[in-house]
Design a protein. Structure first.
Length: 631
């Protein structure tokens, strides 16, 4: 093999060895990382701003090594941690581990507010995905992180909205329960009324009872005129603690209990003092439930005139309800004069939506005359009556204790308050016929026992209360309404409980697989042993002819021409590689050798010429020497 070829082979071998060495170093580094992380579940600490790469498997077959690395991204780790943190904050049981492959998400859904059930965010790890590069895996992780965080953010907003709706629902549900109970009572009362109206003593009035609907106006607003002595709220709060009759004891109200300014809101019931001859005008607006023969009633105006009182000073204490259908409660201390009575004229007018007075002269409206008590106790023989109904017609209900009596007054001629004293139904007690709420709402259908009705043409009528013993206050509550004629209407609608849908998120781990092929180690080439150059053998010169024994007279020989020293031909520069060193081809340069003709190969020619020159020189010298001897 020539030197040039050997040099090229050596160069290629060096490159291969260097490549192998670099590959081996890389493999050693990977092995070091794998060794450092083996047996742990922690990602190799690198810069937290980028993806984390951890070798989880490495296999080698032949000269090919396959490395599997897990790629985690801070963004995905943070998103998963946010879900776990949110679930823990809301007292969800069981932390969701991002390395777990079985995240069912079935956890305790009770939050810090025991009345609010908030499902946890279910997080599930899907099948691991394989990517070609770390960059691709990191990008996929970031997309997952953004989706998880967006879902969590939206869910937190939904939870806040749900809790707000739930609070509103709880309040609405409480109201619904109360409204439904009241509605059920109205249904019961209305159904009872329908049965009662069929048995009216005056059947000709059976149909007209439906003309006026005026039974319940809880949202009415009242404006009061004609009062100059309002009971202060402080005094009212003190007196309302007393027994019901004593609340109207005029002797217990000193002058400092009164004020000329109305301290009550227009939606509150007002307390005030009246003198005999005073007329108080109450204007009720914001009526929502009243009408007459299909005409909407938006305003009612009632006047209350104190005609007489049982007190010595000629005064009475009145409680005026802001709901006109609950009307008025009025009373005073009873003096020693047993003939005195509480007596009030009442006149009610109704107006339509345009402010026009509604004409009731056709007798299509019927007003109830309710809570007409008659009791005989140690307090006296207390009787409540309706007087002077004028052109109005009395309407008698069966099962009622109230009659139109011979004196032209409407009342119960016998006890109707206590069964023990001869009444058929007790007026007091939870199921008493006279049981009312604080706002004057009747609570039982049996209230008909102490009531009657009259057609109403819009003219004034008078109520009165009398018969109490001296020093026992006399009082009367009288409600002007259309009895139980109003249909209950639709049932209150139960509020819908808000719902919160559970949410779930999922993600997958990312791995990258890479392969590296290590080049095969080249065989060390065995250099060829160079052939030994052949040593040129000089040709043997011919022997000179033996001169004759008797020489002739010699001529003086001419000295032989000394040949010029032959120049050794310049051989090709050839390098022969051996296993240990390079040996140059041998060369000799004879002194003053005569140049020979150039024949054959350069190396052979030089050797042959050299040898020929030596032989020729020797022969000539020998001949010359012999000639001198002969001479």
């Amino acid at each position: 093999m020539g030197k040039k070829k050997l040099q090229q082979y050596s160069l290629l071998s060096g490159l291969a060895v260097a490549s192998f060495a670099a590959t081996q170093v890389a493999a050693d580094e990977v092995t070091d990382v794998n060794t450092n992380t083996a047996g742990t579940d922690q990602t190799t600490e690198v810069a937290q701003s980028g993806p984390q790469v951890k070798v989880i498997d490495q296999t080698t077959e032949g000269n090919t090594t396959t490395t599997t690395s897990e790629v985690t991204s801070p963004e995905l780790n943070s998103a998963v941690a946010s879900v776990n943190s949110y679930n823990e904050t809301n007292n969800q049981s069981g932390k969701v581990d991002q390395d777990s492959n079985n995240n069912s998400g079935k956890q305790d859904a009770n939050s810090t507010n025991s009345s609010v059930v908030v499902p946890p965010v279910t997080i599930t790890e899907n099948e691991t995905k394989v990517y070609d590069t770390v960059e691709e895996a990191d990008a996929a992780n970031k997309v997952q992180a953004e989706a998880i965080q967006n879902t969590l953010d939206q869910y937190q907003k939904d939870v806040a909205d749900y809790k707000e709706k739930l609070a509103n629902y709880n309040a609405a549900q409480e109201k619904y329960i109360a409204d439904k109970a009241a509605y059920d009572e109205k249904v019961k009362a209305y159904n009872d009324y329908q049965e009662k109206v069929k048995a009216l003593v005056s059947p000709e009035n059976a149909e007209v009872v439906k003309g006026l609907i005026y039974n319940n106006e809880p949202n009415a607003v009242v404006t009061i005129d004609g009062v100059d002595q309002y009971v202060t709220k402080e005094a009212q709060e003190q007196h309302v603690q007393d027994e019901i009759l004593q609340q109207f004891n005029t002797d217990k109200y000193p002058e400092e209990d009164f004020t000329s300014e109305n301290p009550y809101a227009s939606t509150e019931d007002a307390w005030f003092k009246m003198n005999v001859g005073d007329t108080v005008t109450a204007t009720y607006t914001n009526l929502e439930n009243s009408d007459y023969l299909g005409t909407k009633i938006t305003k009612a105006v009632a006047t209350y005139t104190l005609i007489d009182t049982t007190s010595d000073d000629g005064t009475a204490i009145a409680k005026l309800y802001h709901d006109p259908t609950k009307t008025i409660f009025i009373g005073a201390q009873t003096s020693d004069d047993a003939s005195k009575k509480i007596q009030v004229d009442i006149h009610i007018k109704f107006y339509d939506e345009n402010g026009n007075l509604i004409n009731l002269s056709d007798n299509n409206s019927v007003l109830s005359l309710s809570s007409l008590n008659h009791w005989t106790t140690e307090y006296g023989d207390h009787v409540e009556k309706v007087l002077n109904i004028g052109d109005s017609k009395f309407v008698k209900f069966n099962d009622s204790s109230i009659n139109l009596n011979a004196d032209g007054a409407i009342y119960s001629p016998t006890e109707n308050q206590y069964v023990a004293n001869g009444a058929e139904i007790n007026g007091d007690g939870e199921d008493g016929w006279d049981k009312i709420n604080n706002d004057g709402e009747k609570r039982t259908a049996s209230s008909v026992y102490g009531a009657a009705a009259m057609t109403y043409s819009g003219e004034p009528f008078t109520i009165s209360a009398e018969g109490n013993n001296a020093e026992v206050p006399t009082a009367i509550w009288f409600a002007v309404n259309s009895f139980a004629t109003q249909e209950p209407g639709p049932a209150p609608e139960e509020p819908e409980m808000p719902k919160l849908s559970a949410v779930s998120v999922n993600y997958n781990k990312a791995i990258v697989r890479t392969t590296a092929t290590t080049p095969e180690e080249p065989e060390t080439p065995t250099p060829e042993t160079p052939e030994e150059p052949e040593t040129p053998t000089p040709e043997t010169p011919e022997e000179p002819t033996t001169p004759p024994e008797t020489p002739t007279t010699p001529t003086t020989p001419t000295a032989p021409e000394v040949p010029a020293t032959p120049k050794a031909p310049t051989p090709e520069k050839t390098t022969v590689a051996t296993a240990k060193s390079e040996t140059p081809a041998p060369s000799q340069e004879p002194a003053k050798a005569q140049a020979l003709p150039s024949t054959g190969e350069t190396n052979s020619y030089g050797v042959a010429a050299f040898g020929a020159g030596i032989v020729a020189f020797s022969a000539l010298t020998l001949l010359g020497s012999r000639k001198r001897k002969e001479d």
